[in-house]
Design a protein around this ligand. Structure first.
Ligand code: ADP
Length: 389
């Protein structure tokens, strides 16, 4: 919003407030009111005030943003006309608070904006009273919860996908095992080997899935316990580099480990950190383009050790960046790739359990850099997650 329209808005607010105050005979300091309005305008929540007859007297910038109506357009009109809420016609929350049936109403409902788009919202509605307790109107504050609703739906979908994937791995494993058991002697050695390879691959897939899920449920229940001991990040990274190199070559990718300086030994949970870097490397491989390079770098600052996993892959859509560490969040191209949106949530929890941070920089079509920042000296009193102290 530019300065002129902001001034215009504050003026409008003042006139609205004068109108409300005139109606009640109150005589407060207008500059105090302007300040309060300024606060309401700055809230990342849509706020709409109405008179007892449900005509709008205040409409903050977030309300404009969400409904598509400007404050000028909304002012003086019935709120139901502007919000087109899912409960307006049947169970209007404002009417409920204004009629004093309830002091506050909290509901999830919908609103439909000027362009006919309906979105889910969480709403808090309260009556507005003056100093003498006289009703002067009602107030409705609401937030768009489309993202939460999508996440809830995705969570339900993903849980059924996980169960389905587990079942299909088990069915494949069971089928090949049965063949080997029943007809093992008649099957050529080469074929037997191939069957065993398939069983191993499906077993690994299951193990990975179950691990992610277990880690995730530990996270959810706050039971993620870290076992701290003297840990060499150089050793962990070298081990992972050697483990990942054959798979990377097979996929036509180059994997590099750039850790010229020896890193100090830190107090950490080595197994959990292995999981952090495994998840980051798996993603780097999964989202790489053909012939890309994946680089692991290490750096040391006064306070921290920074390990970065850099890929030249598809990058992350800016719309996804704020959410990629949320559990069950998967990127815009989710249809095309395997995954349950748990890996990065697990990474974040483990890194934060170490008193560290996880950072991401990404550019669509160019690649991503995930940096794990771990403090060299763990402050035990702040991160008391260990169960061996
Ligand atoms: P998933 O198992 O679905 O990959 P993650 O939690 O590991 O779950 O990642 C969440 C989302 O973040 C992915 O669906 C993807 O959109 C994005 N993402 C993670 N790492 C990368 C990467 N290296 N390059 C591009 N996108 C990534």
């Amino acid at each position: 919003m530019n300065a002129t329209s902001k001034m215009k808005k504050i003026k409008l607010m003042e006139s609205m407030d004068k109108e409300t105050l005139d109606a009640t005979g109150d005589n407060k300091d207008i500059s105090d009111l302007t300040f309060k309005k300024f606060i309401i305008d700055s809230l990342p929540v849509a706020v709409v005030a109405v008179r007892p007859d449900l005509k709008i007297t205040s409409f903050n910038p977030w309300a404009e943003e969400m409904t598509g109506y400007s404050a000028e357009e909304a002012m003086g009109r019935y709120c139901g006309e502007i919000l087109q809420g899912g409960m307006c016609k049947t169970d209007c929350p404002l009417r409920t608070v204004i009629n004093r049936q309830k002091p506050i109403v909290r509901v999830e409902s919908t609103i439909t904006n000027k362009y006919g788009e309906t979105m889910p919202v969480s709403m808090n509605t309260a009556g507005l009273f003056d100093n003498d307790g006289k009703l002067i109107g009602g107030l409705e504050a609401f937030q768009d919860i489309s993202y939460l609703k999508t996440l809830e739906r995705e969570k339900a979908n993903l849980i059924s996908m996980i169960a389905h994937d587990m079942k299909s791995s088990l069915v494949i494993m069971g089928g090949f095992l049965l063949r080997l058991l029943n007809k093992g002697a008649d099957i050529a050695e080469e074929k037997q080997h191939k069957y065993l390879e398939i069983i191993k691959k499906e077993g690994n897939k299951l193990e990975f899935l179950v691990n992610d899920f277990l880690e995730f449920s530990r996270l959810q229940t706050g039971k993620l316990k870290l076992n701290f001991s003297a840990t060499s990040l150089d050793e962990i990274l070298l081990e992972l580099f050697e483990a990942y190199q054959p798979g990377s070559i097979q996929r036509g990718l180059k994997l590099e480990l750039k850790n010229e300086n020896v890193l100090p030994i830190i107090e950490a949970d080595a197994d959990r950190l292995r999981r952090v870097f495994t998840n980051l490397l798996d993603n780097a491989l999964k989202f790489s383009k053909e012939k890309g390079t994946i680089t692991i770098t290490t750096q040391e600052t006064d306070q921290d050790i920074i390990v970065s996993v850099i890929d030249e892959g598809i990058g992350i859509d800016p719309r996804d960046v704020p959410y990629i560490f949320d559990s069950f969040h998967r990127g815009q191209d989710k249809g095309k790739r395997e995954g349950y949106g748990l890996g990065l949530a697990v990474v974040k929890a483990i890194v934060e359990g170490h008193g560290g941070r996880i950072l991401v920089e990404s550019e669509l079509d160019k690649g991503s850099v995930f940096s794990v920042v771990l403090p060299k000296d763990r402050k035990k009193e702040i991160y008391p997650l260990s169960n061996n102290e």
